[in-house]
Design a protein around this ligand. Structure first.
Ligand code: 5HY
Length: 247
């Protein structure tokens, strides 16, 4: 299968590390194409970043709409642009937050999220309610570790995430940890070894779910709000995306 991996921030090193982490869990025969937007923030750590990240996902989804991808993964923990991508693309689109929440809710009755900036916790909180995981998500914890510092994660940073996870497990009485950033994917195995509880990396789960849905020939429903976008004229720098009705 052909899998599109969209990193909604514009960091090329992070796009590469996300592609490596996805390839590490992908099945033989899964071709991974990793892309990031042509504009926007190098990391997503707030509402404004999230808004441009969502526009960047929409851009990349429209560019890829006719390239025959079987599925798409949005590799950012805020799942920015998820609905827009499901509208623009034929194959299933998975956000790593949703994928992680679903997996965590299967392996534990209660899980905690450990993420980067405290100010983005509200974005994850809103996703918990959107995905109906209020009964299983017992807490969301910021570490104020900057997203880009995960590109070259040292022992001190890993130890901070481990410490925050131990506090979360105790305070929330939870039994599993969800990693709240695509940049933490490479840390998952070591953290699970240290914490001795399930540690869920949404990127890995999303890749495996994409493969499963594709194998079952399950694609996004196109009868309602995820039907292809309506043709209309677009203006300004996005004019190229407009599908002029006369075309
Ligand atoms: C992410 N930001 O996964 C999110 C993490 C966050 O640039 N990639 C980013 O803090 O929401």
């Amino acid at each position: 299968m052909k899998l599109l991996l969209i990193n909604p921030n514009t960091s090329l090193p992070m796009t590469r590390s996300i592609a490596e982490a996805a390839s590490a869990v992908a099945a033989p025969g899964t071709e991974i194409v990793a892309r990031c937007p042509t504009f926007g923030p190098v990391s997503i750590e707030g509402h404004l970043d999230d808004a441009f990240g969502a526009a960047g996902v929409a851009e990349q989804a429209m560019v890829a709409a006719r390239e025959g991808f079987d599925a798409t993964v949005i590799a950012c923990f805020g799942d920015p642009g998820l609905d827009a991508a499901r509208e623009a693309l034929p194959g299933p689109v998975l956000g790593i937050a949703e994928a992680a929440f679903r997996a965590a809710s299967i392996v534990a009755t209660g899980f905690s999220v450990v993420t980067t900036m405290t100010r983005t916790c509200v974005i994850a909180e809103r996703l918990v309610s959107r995905y109906g995981c209020e009964s299983t998500c017992r807490g969301i914890h910021g570490t104020d570790i900057e997203v880009l510092s995960l590109e070259s994660c040292d022992e001190a940073t890993l130890a901070r995430i481990e410490a925050a996870s131990r506090v979360a497990l105790a305070r929330d009485r939870s039994e599993a940890i969800v990693l709240g950033c695509a940049g933490m994917a490479a840390l998952c195995e070591e953290l699970q070894r240290r914490l001795d509880v399930p540690v869920i990396d949404g990127l890995a789960v999303a890749v495996k779910l994409a493969e499963a849905l594709s194998a079952l020939r399950l694609r996004t429903a196109k009868r309602g709000d995820y039907a292809p976008p309506l043709s209309k004229r677009w203006t300004g720098w996005a004019a190229g995306f407009g599908r002029d009705v006369t075309a």
